[in-house]
Design a protein around this ligand. Sequence first.
Ligand code: ADP
Length: 518
Amino acid sequence: MSHQHNTNTSRRALLKQGAALAAGVGGLMVAGPSAAATSSPSPKFDEIFDIIVVGSGFAGMSAAVQAAEEGAKVLVIDKMPVFGGNSTINGGAMAVASSGLQAKSSIEDSVELMVSDMLKSGRGMNDAEMLKLVCDGTAESARWLESYGTVWKPFVQHFGGHSVPRVLQTRESSGAGIIRPLIAAAKKAGVTMYKQTKLISFVQDEQHRVIGVKVKSGYFFPKERTGKDKLLGARQGVIMATGGFGRDIPFRQMQQPRLTSELDSTNHPGANADALKQMMLIGANPIHLDQIQLGPWSSPDEKGFGTASQFNTAATYQNGIVVDVRTGERFFNELADRKARAEAIMTRRDAQGQPVYPVGFTNEKGAAKAQTLEWGLKYDVIKKADTLDELAGLYGIPAEKLKAQVAQWNQYVRDGEDKQFGRPLMKAFELTQGPWYAVRMWPKVHYCMGGVRVNTHSQVLHLISDKPIPGLFAAGEATGGIHGASRLGACAVAEGVVTGRNAARSAAKADAVSLKLA
Ligand code: ADP
C-alpha cells in the first residue's frame, strides 16, 4: 500500500515538474538538490545593476563595454582569480569579411563568402541566421575594437578552411590584445567588475523572468565550498558569456566518449559546464553539445595551448607541410578546416592504437611570423635542423622519402596546383633552403560548438516553448549552433565580439523591472 502511495506521489510530482517545465517555470518547484533558481515573491538584493554580464572573455567584455555605451549600469562577474577566460590565452586572431587590410592587399571578400566558408566547415549544421549576423558584424566590430585600442598586425593571414586570407591578428598574437583594452574601456565607462565571483544559480520573479543571480563572492576555484552567498539584481537582464566546457572531462565524455583524460585541452582550468547546467535547469535548450572541436595545431610535447599552437598556425600550416614520420609523406591538406585536419592527424596510430605523432615543419622564411618560435625552441617543443637529412634523423623519418616529398611539394607550388590534397596555394612558396623548424603534433580539446540556443536578439530560448526565457541572454562560446560541426579558426573572436555586443544591445532595450535592496 505505502509503496503504491509513494509511487503515485512521485508520479504526481513528476507530472507537476513536467507541467512546470513546459510553462517555462524554473523556480524552486523544479529544482533538485542543486537548486537552479531562487524564486521568491520579492527577493532583497545585496546590489542592483541594469545588466549583469557573467564571464569576462571576448563575449563578456564586448557585452559589458557595449552595454555601458548604451547607458546601462553594468556589472561583470567572473569566477576565476583573473579576468579574460580562454579569450586571453587564445591567439587573438579574428576573421573579418571585407576588412580595410584585405582591400589594401586587393583581396576580394564578402559576408556571403565568409558565411559559405563557415557553412562548409560546419557541415551545414550551422544556425544560418546567427551565422549571417556574426559575419555581417565582423568588419564594424574590428573597427570598434580598434577604437578601444586593439592594434592589428599590418597584414591579413590565410587560416585553414577560409577561401581567402581574411584573418586579422593582434600584434601580441594573443587575445590579451583585445581583452586588456576592453577591460580598460569598461573600467573607464564605470562598469563594476568582480572576479572570484561565481554564478551559482539564477533568481527569477513570479513571471519566471530572470531578475538576478545568486553568487559566491570570494570564491576560490576549484574549491566549491569557498565564498559567501550574495544576491545580485539585474533590472534589465543577465548576459551569460560563460564560455565552453572543454576542461570538464566527465561532461565532455558524456557528449563524446572518446574525449577521455588522455586528451589534453587548450582551455583555462575553469572551462567547465557549471554555468551551462544552471541555464539548462531553468529551461534553456542545449544544442550541438557533442560537437567539440579538437585543435589540430597543438603538440603532445607541452601542456595546454603552449608554443606550438601559434607556431603551427602562423608557420607550419600556412608555409610548411606535415608528414607521417613512418613514410615521410604528407597525408592531408594542411589548409583544410580544423575538423578535417584533427581527424586526419588522429588516424596516425600504430598497430596497438597508440599515437604516432606526425611532424610539421617549415624553413626560416616560413617561420618568420611565428612569435613563439624562440620559446618553443627553448623548451624543446620546436626543434631546429640545418638540413633535411638532419631533420629526418631527429624524428626517425626515412630521409630519402622526406626529401622526395619536399621536392614534390615544390613542384606543386611551381605548377600552382597541389595534386596530392588540393591545398590552396595563394600564399605558398617553395621549401628549398634550411634551417628547418619542426614540431610533433597531436590535437587537443579546444572549443565547444554546442551551447544554449539563442535567437538573433541573443535571447536564450526555452527547451519546450522555443520562446525567449525572459531576462536571459547569452553570447560567445556559451551559445550553440553558429559554427555547426566545426568552427573555423579565428571565428571565436568574431563570434564573441559580435554576439556579445548584440546581447548587450538587446538587454539594454529590455524593460527594467523594479527591484529591492536588502
Ligand atoms: P568567450 O570566448 O565565449 O567569451 P571565455 O572562455 O573566454 O568565453 O570566457 C568565459 C568566462 O566565463 C571565463 O572567464 C570563465 O571563468 C567565466 N565563467 C564561466 N562560468 C562562470 C560562472 N559560473 N560564474 C562566473 N564566471 C564564469
